[in-house]
Design a protein. Structure first.
Ligand code: ADP
Ligand code: MG
Length: 275
């Protein structure tokens, strides 16, 4: 039934991705991402940690097709340069739902745009995915009647219902209180274990990366990938899990180094600073 057979072919390949933002009026352009290479396979849940401003969101937006860039992004071997239903983004912002549509209509809307017109089919898909995020009883509610956590769960249901090749999540739980965040992490983990989904998940939170990721990256300035390691801790992971502490320390150190990392300019003139 599904085309996602989970074979060895990469689902996503990013090759020499370079992104420059021009500052207008002929001012010098800044290179935000410099030749980033990254390959991802079906069913991976890749968490990306990195200091603010290192280019995580820009990286995700380039993959999503929302930015122009140099280099290549390939999904299932085919080059992409514009947004597509194969890559769906979920943001931190609680206001990513249409406020005038009910929860179920929000989930159904992009499916209708995709050409599914049959009302019973739409209903059945939205019911199915709202159940997965435990929001079925709230299907007739409107966004303003929901908590932040519930809105994020609708956004996740909406993304899952599109059955994209990759779900791109940009700190989706960062604005939630700790209890809601833990609950959503557990739900997302279960969804990943049950469903055939591939996820890139950006977070500032080491605990979140260890609990969710099957693979964890630490990004430094200009999208430089400082660390790229598999996460072999048995899920569900808790801080009491064997190996959790060492892993947390390792990422904390890498993040501190990434935060303090000198820019290319400092490196090239670095000799001057050595004794
Ligand atoms: N549209 C834009 N125009 C100019 N600079 C931008 C734009 N978007 C992001 N930047 C800059 O790119 C850098 C990386 O930003 P971003 O990708 O949002 O980082 P992160 O998500 O890791 O915090 C920052 O210095 C930011 O100011
Ligand atoms: Mg960001």
């Amino acid at each position: 039934m599904t085309e996602r057979t989970g074979g060895q072919d990469p689902v996503l390949e990013v090759k020499s991705l370079t992104k420059t933002f021009s500052n207008g009026n002929g001012a010098e352009a800044s290179e935000i991402l410099q030749g980033v290479n990254f390959t991802m396979y079906p069913r991976e849940f890749v968490c990306i940690l990195g200091p603010s401003g290192c280019g995580k969101t820009t990286f995700l937006r380039c993959i999503g097709g929302f930015e122009s860039f140099e280099g290549e992004v390939l999904v299932d071997g085919k080059q992409v340069s514009a947004p597509g239903v194969d890559r769906i983004m979920v943001f931190q912002d609680f206001n990513q739902l249409l406020p005038w549509k009910s929860v179920e209509k929000n989930v159904q809307y992009p499916l209708r745009i995709q050409g599914i017109k049959d009302r019973r089919e739409l209903q059945s898909i939205s019911d199915q995915y709202l159940k997965k995020v435990e929001l079925y009883p709230y299907r007739k509610f409107y966004p303003h009647q929901l908590s932040g956590g519930m809105k994020q769960r609708v956004a996740i249901a909406k993304a899952l219902a599109m059955r994209p090749r990759i779900i791109l999540m940009d700190e989706p739980f960062a604005s939630l209180d700790a209890i809601s965040r833990n609950k959503l992490q557990a739900e997302l983990l279960q969804i990943h274990q049950r469903e055939d989904i591939t996820v890139i998940f950006i977070t500032h939170n080491i605990q979140e990366a260890i609990c969710l990721g099957t693979r964890i990256l630490v990004m430094s300035k200009q999208g430089d990938i400082k660390m790229d390691v598999p996460n072999r801790l048995q899920k569900p992971v808790t801080p009491a899990s064997e190996g959790y502490g060492q892993m947390w320390d390792m990422f904390n150190r890498a993040l501190n180094e990434a935060t303090d990392a000198p820019s290319e300019e400092t490196i090239s003139s670095g000799e001057r600073h050595t004794k």
